[in-house]
Write a protein that binds this ligand. Structure first.
Ligand code: MN3
Length: 259
């Protein structure tokens, strides 16, 4: 019960934390809540979300591991509250859906048309968000640099070479109107392409797989960069983990890449 209670507090803090980040000088999580209606009865604690079938994995590095490009506070809010809420909402949408809940995440997203109408949007937004963020955390935490080996060869063959690739990918990231993602997709034969998707849509929804991608929702960069998405997009390359992205490339070709 202690765990459930604590989780309720954490979720309750989300709105406060997000409201607070718009205030100048915000540094500590969350400030005191504005007074609610006087003498109101205490709100019932929110129901704890189901704990599965999906879980929020720990970040594979410390919150400040990407400090060169993304501040630690953004990393923590983004992982704990944005991604965390998507996992909880995905699990909630799957309550009572035994067949769908047994599917691995990639298969779930490839088969959204089989989902009941009343939960399809929830699965799309939260399942897509879970897949996208899982990939996003995995490919960062590095020191940038350049790809090598088979991956570099594929970039040269399919994306115009290392310099052109970065130019094209940055342009794609800037072309996303509002919230969404820029991706490099990879086929089972290792062919690469640049793609964008709105909101939390995933290439998996079109039967494709994402090798890598950048989250260009404002929550991914607003604390440090405010409206300067181009600066964030340019700096993002400095914390990529090309060894991990190369592992993902090899897995895609081997047929073992999941999300
Ligand atoms: Mn995000």
């Amino acid at each position: 019960m202690a765990f459930i209670h604590r989780r309720g507090l954490l979720l309750g803090a989300t709105a406060l934390g997000l409201a607070a980040i718009t205030r100048p000088g915000f540094a500590q999580a969350p400030a005191a809540a504005p007074a609610a209606a006087p003498a109101a009865a205490p709100a019932a604690p929110p129901a704890a979300p189901p704990t599965g079938p999906f879980t929020l994995a720990p970040l594979p590095y410390a919150f400040d591991a990407n400090e060169a490009s993304i501040d630690a506070r953004t990393m923590e809010l983004h992982w704990r509250f944005h991604h965390g809420a998507q996992v909880n909402n995905l699990n909630t949408a799957l309550v009572g859906q035994e067949a769908l809940a047994r599917l691995p995440l990639d298969e779930l997203l490839m088969n959204l048309s089989r989902a009941p109408d009343n939960i399809r949007t929830a699965l799309r937004n939260n399942g897509g968000g879970h897949a996208n963020h899982t990939m996003f955390w995995e490919i960062m935490g590095g020191r940038g640099g350049e790809p090598t080996g088979d991956l570099l060869a594929a970039i040269t063959r399919d994306l115009g070479g290392w310099a052109d690739f970065r130019t094209r990918f940055n342009a794609a990231s800037m072309s996303v109107f509002g919230s969404g993602w820029a991706f490099v997709t990879v086929t089972p034969s290792g062919v690469l392409a640049i793609a964008t998707r709105p909101n939390q849509d995933s290439p998996l929804m079109d039967g494709q797989r994402a090798l890598m991608g950048n989250d260009v929702w404002e929550h991914a960069y607003y604390l440090r960069y405010q409206n300067r998405r181009a600066e964030y997009v340019g700096n993002w390359w400095n914390i990529l983990n090309w060894a991990k992205i190369s592992e993902r490339y090899a897995a895609a070709v081997a047929g073992t890449l999941r999300v």
